[in-house]
Design a protein around this ligand. Structure first.
Ligand code: PLP
Length: 421
């Protein structure tokens, strides 16, 4: 099935009513036929619904559809993108371990890695996404994951995915990649050797800024990389918390299974069935929306580049952008999504522009069909130190735009007024 067809059909088998729209199974729990049935489900001898913290038929469609669109084997939906990132990392690493992360990350991810994971005993070591060779010096036998974003938010850099996966594979380390900004429509990281993809579904997936959610997608054949790999005893040895289950002996996708049975069960950041349903609606039009976001963003980037008050524009679709070659290599038809940023002289100039626009909304979100403007230094990245800001490329005069589906001429007029007002 092609991706555009998957977006409409994958993962859903109509019920007896022939319901065209995926039903919302708004339920906490499911009746077992009898005690034996319940016991079989808990022992994984039969697969089925137990309790919505573990699984739900609406969420199941969302997971299967997303996994299909990413070209993956299985997926686990979560209550937020941050939960998806945490579960993916906590599934790979534990106290005493370390992960190697790109410095150019979404601010919340940076804070989770640098501060919160540290409180759980997991150290984050950072490399510049433009220098994948630096990873070699950071990895040791305790390194359990290499984490990066395909298209970074807000610095708008493009990762050299194959260069990073080659290093990870040499060391038998899992790669975990946030593909939120590119979406599976523009880039399928699993096809370039990535092991696990995470997303904030709160962005382009819903497409209309309707709900918070996340998803973790596992690649096909990941079991082979994990099998007998000394870095990952948790998949090879009995899990005492699940009556001695060995995830790699189940024949099921091991990464997703452990994230569900151990992390989702015990930590509980489960997505609501209603939100899964909203994400399913969003996925239906994702293949149609992403080319328009990309086309509009390129038009706005070209305008900004020509404006004297703009010192720099970061958009990989521009031929002279330092990320252009990588974008042409990894992104479908060179489409670069709707996120761009630009720099003006200083904090005050940026503030004035953000306060003057009318069509753009001042919102800390991206991926909405309506255009959004953000000033990272005063909002999403406010908690970072000046050194951390510098490392992730956030300057005081940096403005981030998430270009929506409006007519680009209106967006350009709005920005022109704000820049010249
Ligand atoms: N990853 C990226 C690239 C993001 O931009 C965001 C949020 O802005 C997240 C993850 C976190 O997602 P959520 O807000 O759904 O927790």
């Amino acid at each position: 099935m092609k991706q555009q067809t998957q977006a409409l059909h994958a993962g859903y088998e109509k019920d007896r009513q022939g319901t065209m729209a995926v039903p919302i199974y708004q339920t906490t729990a499911y009746e077992f036929r009898d005690v034996q049935h319940a016991a079989n489900l808990f022992a994984l001898e039969e697969l089925g619904n137990i309790y919505t913290r573990l699984n739900n038929p609406t969420t199941d469609v969302f997971e299967k559809r997303f996994a299909a669109m990413e070209g993956g084997e299985a997926a686990l939906a979560t209550a937020s993108g941050m939960a998806a990132i945490f579960y993916a990392i906590a599934n790979a690493a534990e106290a005493g371990d370390n992960i190697v992360c790109a410095s150019q990350l979404y601010g919340g991810t940076l804070t989770q890695a640098a501060h919160t994971l540290r409180r759980f005993g997991i150290e984050a070591r950072f490399f510049n996404v433009h220098d994948p060779d630096a990873i070699e010096k950071l990895v040791d036998e305790k390194t359990k994951a290499i984490f990066f974003e395909t298209l970074t938010n807000p610095s708008i850099d493009v990762a050299d995915i194959e260069a990073i996966t080659a290093i990870a594979d040499r060391h038998g380390i899992l790669t975990v990649v946030d593909n939120t900004v590119a979406t599976p429509i523009l880039c399928q990281p699993l096809s370039y050797g990535v092991d696990v993809v995470v997303h904030s579904a709160s962005k382009y997936t819903t497409g209309q800024g309707l709900a918070i959610g996340g998803i973790v997608v596992e690649r096909k054949g990941l079991a082979e990389k994990l099998a007998s790999n000394p870095r990952y005893p948790q998949f090879n040895e009995p899990d005492a918390s699940y009556h001695g289950l060995v995830y790699l002996q189940t024949g099921l996708p091991p990464f997703t299974l452990r994230a569900r049975l151990s992390l989702l069960r015990d930590l509980g950041a489960v997505v609501s069935p209603f939100n899964s349903w909203l994400f399913i609606q969003g996925l239906e039009t994702l293949p149609i929306r992403m080319p328009i976001h990309s086309k509009n963003a390129l038009a706005v980037a070209e305008f900004l580049q020509s404006h004297p008050k703009v010192e720099r524009v970061n958009y990989p679709g521009l031929p002279d952008d330092p990320n252009h070659a990588l974008a042409m290599k990894y992104f479908k038809d060179g489409m670069c999504s709707g996120l761009l940023s630009f720099e003006v002289a200083d904090f005050e100039t940026a503030k004035k522009i953000v306060d003057s626009v009318e069509i753009f909304s001042l919102v800390v979100n991206i991926g909405d069909s309506k255009s959004i403007i953000t000033h990272p230094a005063s909002t999403t990245h406010q908690q970072l130190s000046p050194e951390e800001l510098e490392a992730c490329g956030v300057k005081p005069g940096l403005i981030r735009l998430s270009i929506g589906l409006e007519d680009p001429a209106d967006l350009i007029d709005d920005l022109k007024r704000a820049l010249e007002g």
